[in-house]
Design a protein around this ligand. Structure first.
Ligand code: PLP
Length: 395
């Protein structure tokens, strides 16, 4: 249709959302579906955070805040970045947006010109390539193979860089692989970016959900890389606040200035109630976070160990986030339960139709031979779901 935007008509729908929607509608029509599709914690938002929101509603002070975010929340974000990440920023280095996704969108809009290239790790979180395209830039993929712990080699990173490269998107811990880059690896990426004068968009939304190793923000590895890094984080995953829609960015003031201007016209401030709730999330007690991490770790161990006991499939135990990339390469080309499995989409459809188990096909993350399972669901569901998967593979 030549009446619509050619650029925006090329934006693909999210495969993750499509599969979870299909599973939800099957569930709604009474089918007993177990979903491993979720991209959000299955925990409730902690009570202190809910109460903070209720108080601000009752106070009636619900006007606009500054378009780039509530000043107290920016202060709390600066404190958080100092305490957790050893990063010193001022409030003018911070933009609060409607979720980390919106932060990423603003960041790419702020730095990209038509034809710029942005390096995206593959497998990638579904939105990265589309967000890059929406900013008129071109995604360039660097493969992070399982044999290398789902991390890319520095040689591959270097050979993807040319004079059009504007930025590298870094996502540690990673969705969908759970990979966590070490300090040494981050230092190598930082050195490459600094040498070539390329921005790093560091998506740290899964920062707190680490079970092996530690989270280091690449921006903390020196003044030059700090100046080039756009740190993206938010409250969605770590505080079970996905629906509240608060994310934030920390970067040099030139970048945050452009982002703030874009946001002031596109959305104005993020929801005022959610900003006050996020203030409590960052400054209030952190005990429920520890409970959530403990539960995720237990499920992670159970899921990974169980998968590795099933013939035909395997996985590398992820170090962070709440996803397992299940390797199904050995099933490709086989006929299972009367269905020919040629690719990850065939396998995901087969599981949903025959075993009523929802997983996300690897192709949604740009890679074949895998499906992603989220363990943001109960141990009971994980046990039952994997039982069904085993039976479906043996059918
Ligand atoms: N970045 C990654 C890697 C994610 O997995 C997600 C959510 O799935 C986001 C960003 C977006 O987070 P938010 O819900 O705060 O927009």
């Amino acid at each position: 249709n030549k009446k619509l935007s050619v650029k925006n008509m090329s934006i693909a729908p999210s495969v993750t959302l499509a599969i979870t929607a299909k599973a939800k509608s099957m569930k709604a029509s009474g089918e007993d579906v177990i979903s491993f599709g979720a991209g959000e914690p299955d925990f409730r938002t902690p009570e202190n955070i809910r109460n903070a929101a209720i108080s601000v509603i009752e106070s009636g002070s619900l006007g606009y805040t500054a378009a780039s975010g509530l000043p107290e929340l920016k202060d709390a974000i600066c404190e958080k970045l100092k305490n957790d990440n050893n990063l010193t920023y001022s409030p003018n280095n911070i933009v609060v947006s409607c979720g980390a996704k919106h932060s990423l969108s603003n960041a790419l809009q702020a730095i990209c010109n038509p034809g710029d290239e942005v390096i995206v790790p593959l497998p990638y979180w579904v939105s990265y390539p589309e967000l890059v395209k929406m900013a008129d830039a071109v995604p360039v993929f660097v493969e992070a193979v399982e044999e290398n712990g789902f991390k890319y080699s520095m040689e591959d990173l270097k050979s993807a860089i040319n004079e059009r490269t504007k930025a590298i998107i870094l996502n540690s811990p990673s969705n969908p692989t759970g990979a966590v880059y070490t300090k040494d690896e981050l230092q190598e990426i930082a050195d490459i970016a600094a040498e070539k004068n390329i921005y790093v968009i560091s998506d740290e939304i899964y920062e707190k959900l680490i079970y092996e190793g530690e989270h280091i923000s690449i921006a903390s590895l020196g003044e030059k890389i700090k100046d080039l890094t756009i740190v993206v984080n938010g409250v969605s995953k770590c505080y079970a606040m996905t629906g509240w829609r608060i994310g934030y960015t920390a970067a040099n003031a030139q970048i945050t200035g452009v982002m703030a201007n874009i946001q002031s016209h596109a959305t104005s401030n993020p929801n005022t109630i959610a900003q006050y709730a996020s203030l409590e999330a960052l400054r209030g007690e952190q005990d429920t976070l520890g409970d959530m991490i403990k539960a995720f770790d237990e499920r992670r161990n159970f899921m990974a160990d169980r998968i590795n006991c099933i013939d035909g499939i395997s996985c590398t135990k992820p170090a962070g986030a709440f996803y397992v990339m299940m390797n199904i390469r050995n099933l490709m080309g086989r006929e299972i339960g009367g269905v020919k499995i040629e690719n990850s989409m065939d396998f995901a459809n087969y599981l949903l139709d025959s075993a009523k188990v929802a997983v996300v096909p690897g192709i949604g993350f740009g890679t074949e031979g895998y499906v992603r399972l989220s363990y943001a669901t109960s141990l009971e569901n994980i046990r039952e779901g994997l039982e069904r998967i085993e039976n479906a593979i043996n059918a």
